[in-house]
Write a protein that binds this ligand. Structure first.
Ligand code: GTP
Ligand code: MG
Length: 427
């Protein structure tokens, strides 16, 4: 029992019952059930689905995904499992198409975005006025099983880059997949090589906690076995008089649950039986906390002011609001000035255009007047010509009629003379 100094010490004269607190907590948790979200990252066909089936001793349905997609996409499946009276809401999240592309530069992006999106959803729930965190479906990823291909050489740059991008967001447990395809000696060397590459590249993987003395020893030992070399199989074979999960080859049988064959049992113990709660706790207290802190800082929230005095949420909100309003006013003023300037520009453009139109109108008017004057002059000269012509015509007509008159008088005179003198010959 913890005792604080100066506190009055009372001894109980009988049983009160608060020693049942742990039981009450256990009952409450059992009643609520647990949730656990696993992210499987690894190249196509490394045995991710088989390992999940083997781990939970069930066959999760799932259509095989197409592996010819242009990018990586995340597929999440939810299951409800029950063991004794404990219910577990299990999410298995797969990074479909990881490593399938020729250009793998962006492969980690959709995984990081998915993890962040789950943190963001939780943060939004926390920030709500009416929160329902007790029955909130927590989709934050508690563990990332990173499947390494059993090449026996070294980690691929895709593995290093992806793990580096994920290590501050999720608990990573690296595992060597299909460990039955690598010899015992090579496996040992491969494990050492992987760990040294992770250390030299500053990749932080999940360490099984050693601060709780009940599990310190086993966790300490298991940390030295990382990365676990696993074999998965849902096939059961009779060995002795027991049915066992195994993979059968022409040259022998690999028993999944035999610790001298692979580290499957170690992984199951560490992941489910011993450290499931720690993985959940680390997700909340370390990774989510980091996301929340960065996000709130990005939004302008601070715990202390520049003089290192505590800043309440209300003050931060007020300061942020004032800053925002100031910026808004500045923007408004800028826009107003811009508007005035634009109007002035438009006005002067219109004036210029109006002046040009006036000049054009004047030019046209003058042109029109000149043209009109020319036409009037032409008309006048034509009129003069017509009048002169008419006068000439009248004079000609007069002359013509006079000529006709004298002509007809001569004809009459000759006619008369011929009548009087019939012997006069006519022409
Ligand atoms: P995708 O979801 O398509 O990326 O594949 P996956 O990683 O889920 O692999 P899956 O579990 O579908 O297994 C692919 C093939 O590998 C199957 O033929 C499995 O039988 C085989 N396989 C699974 N686990 C192991 C293993 O531990 N060792 C060996 N040798 N083969 C395995
Ligand atoms: Mg699969």
């Amino acid at each position: 029992m913890c005792r604080s100094e100066g506190a009055r010490n009372l001894s109980l004269s009988g049983h009160v019952g608060f020693d049942s607190m742990p039981d009450q907590l256990v009952n409450k948790s059992v009643c609520q059930g647990f949730c656990f979200n696993i992210l499987c990252v690894g190249e196509t066909g490394l045995g991710k689905s088989t390992l999940m089936d083997t781990l939970f001793n069930t066959r999760f349905e799932g259509d095989p995904a197409a592996h010819n997609q242009p990018g990586v996409h995340i597929k999440s499946n939810n299951y409800e499992l029950q063991e004794s009276n404990v219910r577990l809401k299990l999410s298995i999240v797969n990074s479909v198409g990881f490593g399938d592309q020729i250009n793998k530069e962006e492969s980690y992006k959709s995984i990081v975005e998915f993890i962040d999106a789950q943190f963001e959803a939780y943060l939004q729930e926390e920030l709500k006025i009416k929160r329902t965190l007790h029955n909130y479906h927590d989709s934050r990823i508690h563990v990332c099983l990173y499947f390494i291909a059993p090449t026996g050489h070294s980690l691929k740059s895709l593995d290093l880059v992806t793990m580096k991008k994920l290590d501050s967001k999720v608990n990573i447990i690296p595992i060597i997949a299909k460990a039955d395809s690598i010899s015992k000696n090579e496996l040992q060397k491969f494990k050492i090589k992987i760990m040294s590459e992770l250390v030299s590249n500053g990749v932080q993987i999940y360490q099984f906690p050693t601060d709780d003395e009940t599990v310190a020893e086993i966790n300490g030992t298991m940390n030295a076995h990382l990365p676990f070399a696993v074999v998965g199989s849902t096939e059961e074979i009779k060995i002795g008089n027991k049915m066992m999960k195994a993979r059968q080859y022409p040259w022998g049988t690999v028993q999944v649950e035999n610790e001298s064959h692979c580290d499957f049992v170690k992984l199951r113990e560490m992941l489910i039986r011993v450290n499931m709660e720690d993985l959940r706790e680390q997700t909340h207290t370390r990774h989510y906390e980091l996301y929340r802190r960065c996000k709130l800082e990005e939004m302008g929230f601070k715990d202390t002011d520049p003089d290192n005095k505590p800043f309440s949420l209300q003050e931060t909100y007020e300061a942020k609001r004032n800053e925002f309003l100031g910026e808004l006013q500045k923007k408004e003023e800028e826009m107003r000035q811009m508007f005035v300037m634009r109007v002035k520009e438009k006005e002067s453009e219109l004036k210029e255009a109006e002046k040009e139109l006036h000049d054009k109108f004047d030019r046209l008017k003058k042109l029109h007047q000149d043209e009109k004057k020319k036409l009037e002059d032409k008309k006048k000269s034509l009129d003069d010509e017509i009048n002169a012509f008419k006068q000439r015509k009248t004079a000609a007509e007069l002359l013509q009629s006079q000529a006709q008159q004298s002509g007809s008088q001569q004809t009459l005179k000759r006619e008369k003379e011929r009548k009087n003198n019939p012997w006069l010959c006519t022409e």
